[in-house]
Design a protein around this ligand. Structure first.
Ligand code: GMT
Length: 380
């Protein structure tokens, strides 16, 4: 198949999933065309069957807001004509699904539009009255729609008037690439005296509750020696730093900023903290699990679909900081318990969320959509 993929190329779960999907599809013999405003950040080397088409948004003094939607639509149309795309798969509804619809209309032909909903495109941003009508319309008019968790599928139906079937296809990970490695030099650098290493990775937005990460860590440190690695960048970094200083754990906390390759860092970690207010899926937690890192997280949104409480991780009320710290200390102070949680986490990633299991679901969806009449219901 000739498949166009639209996504946000910056660091973020939806872009990572779209890029990994494209790479996996190309290895399975499909022609994949990324149509994005920058090279997706995990697309860092030449890959057979993969091309990149840059969306350039022209600046003009009249434009207070750069017309990204129009430039993207125009590029999709160009690529569709040049490469005879069969499928356009857009990740993150805003504004990618609307661009896809418009491009399908302009090309007037056989292009089929698949939209994958990732989370905040529905929960935080999409439900904003400024976007709700266009998001609902784009979902209803796509040839097929997928959501990354049962939670997100339900929320989408609750928030919008949806007539279209939404398929559940969970996020996935390349479990061959994401596995624990030996990195003794990093371990020595971050935990020179044998401290426990606690990690958090995110885009440091308010929904991630990075202040709670630091508060939990401070409570862990009251009971055992530990270091905290904060990986990623975003608006809440200064707040997390201020909380660490106020609680007296700043010197035990490393802010590492944006990191392209997190496997080495996760291989150094003993525990992953994710006390988010909401998480449609929680891809960063899956990356940790694949590297054999137990996860302590909030029992909210899609996280219970990813993490099994008591096996490879723990789920707690998002406000139960003391509970999160207590469960973390339990895991970090009992070697046998930790080893079995690490093995459970890895096993769950392998059995339920491997690319071998999930990528064929997308292929099968594309085939059904191509076999159905245009504007049909994805072959159902
Ligand atoms: O968190 C965001 O706003 C960014 C968004 C993204 O593009 O990474 O994250 C969402 O999509 C990810 C990939 O499907 C999910 O793993 C995240 O849970 C989801 N974020 C939220 O629901 C808050």
């Amino acid at each position: 198949m000739r498949i166009g993929i639209v996504c946000y190329p910056s660091v973020g779960g939806s872009g990572i999933v779209a890029t990994e999907l494209g790479r996996a599809l190309s290895r399975r013999g499909h022609q994949v065309h990324f149509i994005t405003y920058d090279v997706p950040f995990r697309l860092d080397r030449y890959e057979r069957n993969v091309s990149f088409h840059e969306v350039e948004v022209p600046a003009y003094p009249l434009f207070k807001y750069p017309p990204y939607l129009l430039a993207l639509t125009n590029k999709i149309v160009e690529v569709c004509r040049m490469e005879s795309l069969d499928i356009l798969h857009v990740h993150y509804a805003i504004p990618h699904a609307a661009a896809g619809l418009l491009a399908r209309q302009i090309t007037g032909g056989r292009l089929r539009l698949v939209t994958t909903l990732h989370g905040t495109d529905i929960t935080l941003v999409g439900s904003n009255p400024s976007f709700a009508e266009i998001v609902a319309h784009s979902i209803n008019q796509s040839d097929a729609v997928t959501a990354v968790s049962e939670y997100l599928r339900g929320r989408t139906r609750d928030v919008f008037d949806i007539s279209r079937r939404i398929e559940l296809i969970p996020n996935f990970i390349n479990v061959e690439e994401y596995r624990r490695k030996q990195v003794p030099c990093l371990r020595r650098r971050f935990a020179p005296n044998g401290e426990a290493v606690v990690v958090h990775i995110s885009n440091f937005r308010p929904v991630k509750r990075v202040d709670v990460v630091v508060e939990t860590f401070e409570r862990i440190r009251r009971r055992l020696p530990a270091r905290l690695l904060m990986v990623g960048d975003g608006p809440e970094v200064p707040r997390a730093c201020a909380v660490a200083t106020r609680l007296g754990v700043r010197e035990h906390t490393c802010f590492l900023g944006r990191q392209e390759r997190v496997i080495d860092l996760l291989s150094t970690a003993d525990l992953f903290l994710l006390p988010s207010a909401s998480e449609s899926f929680g891809l960063a937690a899956l990356e940790a699990m694949a590297c054999g890192v137990p996860v302590v997280a909030s029992r909210v949104a899609g996280l219970p679909e990813l993490i099994e409480d008591g096996r490879g991780g723990c789920l707690l009320d998002p406000n139960d900081v003391e509970g999160m710290a207590a469960r973390s200390v339990e895991l970090l102070s009992d070697r046998a318990l930790h080893a079995s949680a690490a093995a459970d986490a890895r096993r769950r990633a392998e059995t339920l969320f491997s690319s071998e299991r999930i990528v064929p679901m997308y292929e099968e969806l594309y085939e059904r959509v191509l076999a159905a009449a245009p504007g049909g219901d994805g072959g159902w």
